[in-house]
Design a protein around this ligand. Structure first.
Ligand code: SF4
Ligand code: SF4
Ligand code: SF4
Length: 329
């Protein structure tokens, strides 16, 4: 075999789950090894930064980049890997849409530091020390990456070729993509989501769907849902309506509502807004007939009060890509 194409996998602001998804492809890893040269992957390969810096531009065939852009180091690595890669793939919800880290856009850096380093019951910090970019010690100056106020998705920082949704992407998705690359087929149009279908989770979900008329929303611990009926009809907020398919409806299959990890469905600009508008059309308005305006407002408020955390419910994986993507005051 000639020279194998180089591939890389990098983590930015990440939990490590996306790396686990690579390990989850099991014996398919042998195909990866046989067909590609895994040049850079901090959890598996001990390549150093300067090794990547010395490579020619576009020398890496594909980089799977996971994690959000949360600090200056994440951004510098995104720029470097963009330069060195022919194809850059935003891998996983954090890289694609900001993911769970981007929920922190609702708070300032000062608030985070206060919460984590000062008011945290498990932290003993009598001198109220918080991370600084520069710290002088006897040996010289130590530096830390600068933490940004706003968490961004990969494509809010560099040009991205393809997207692989999921938190993390399902192993089959990665296998589909690798098989496709190995087949030598023509690449899909730039900007495509790859390894997933074009449907919503609802379309993949096998539960029986009827006309929805919701009188009350419930938390998952409040009811034991019927295993065959749509969870949304039973009052559980299931994001399947607004979420891209591709996982096969994994969560509803085990009696848990979809929490939206595959991001907005194709053609949907804002996943949370789509879900909110869907809820607006399925709340049971029958009892509103003849009610005064005040009573209508009270009735609707009463139903909505059971949704405890709207940002965390509707934008759990995509705050960075929401139309309003951070707290504005
Ligand atoms: S997408 Fe999910 S699994 Fe991947 S880094 Fe983000 S939080 Fe972790
Ligand atoms: S809302 Fe949830 S449970 Fe209902 S059909 Fe869609 S994915 Fe299935
Ligand atoms: S059902 Fe929803 S939350 Fe569960 S894996 Fe699929 S997209 Fe993610």
């Amino acid at each position: 075999m000639g020279i194998k194409p180089k591939i890389a996998m990098y983590w930015a602001s990440s939990c490590g789950g996306c790396e686990i998804s690579l390990a989850n492809i099991h014996d398919k890893l042998l195909d990866v090894e046989a067909n590609f040269n895994l040049i850079f992957c901090p959890c598996l390969v001990d390549t150093k930064l300067h090794d990547i810096e010395q490579m020619s531009d576009k020398d890496i065939f594909i980089t799977f980049f996971n994690g959000a852009i949360r600090n200056s180091d994440n951004e510098e690595m995104a720029q470097l890997l963009r330069k060195k890669s022919r194809i850059l793939i935003a891998y996983g919800a954090c890289s694609k849409d900001g993911g769970i880290p981007s929920l922190s856009n609702l708070y300032s850096t000062e608030e985070h530091f206060k919460n984590i380093y000062m008011d945290n019951l498990t932290v003993d910090n009598p001198f109220r020390v918080t991370p600084k970019i520069y710290t002088n010690v006897e040996e010289g100056q130590l530096t830390l990456p600068a933490l940004y106020e706003t968490v961004r998705s990969l494509d809010q920082v560099v040009d991205v070729d393809y997207y692989m949704p999921g938190c993390p992407p399902e192993p089959e998705q990665l296998i589909n993509v690798l098989d496709f690359i190995l087949s030598g087929g023509a690449l899909p149009p730039k900007g495509s989501r790859i390894g997933v279908g074009k449907t919503t989770v609802c379309e993949e979900c096998k539960r029986i769907k009827h006309d929805k008329k919701i009188k009350k929303f419930c938390r998952t611990w409040e009811i034991i849902p019927d295993k065959k009926t749509c969870l949304l009809e039973q009052g559980l907020i299931c994001m399947g309506i607004a979420t891209s398919g591709g996982c096969g409806g994994l969560c509803p299959e085990v009696n848990m509502p979809c929490i939206g990890c595959y991001g907005a469905a194709e053609g949907v600009e804002d996943q949370g807004a789509k879900m909110i508008s869907a809820l607006g059309s399925i709340i049971d308005i029958e009892p509103l007939k003849g009610m005064s305006e005040d009573k209508i407002t009270e009735y609707i408020r009463n139903i909505l009060k059971d949704i405890p955390d709207c940002a965390g419910t509707f934008y759990k994986f995509g705050m960075a890509k929401a139309m309003v993507n951070r707290r504005v005051k």
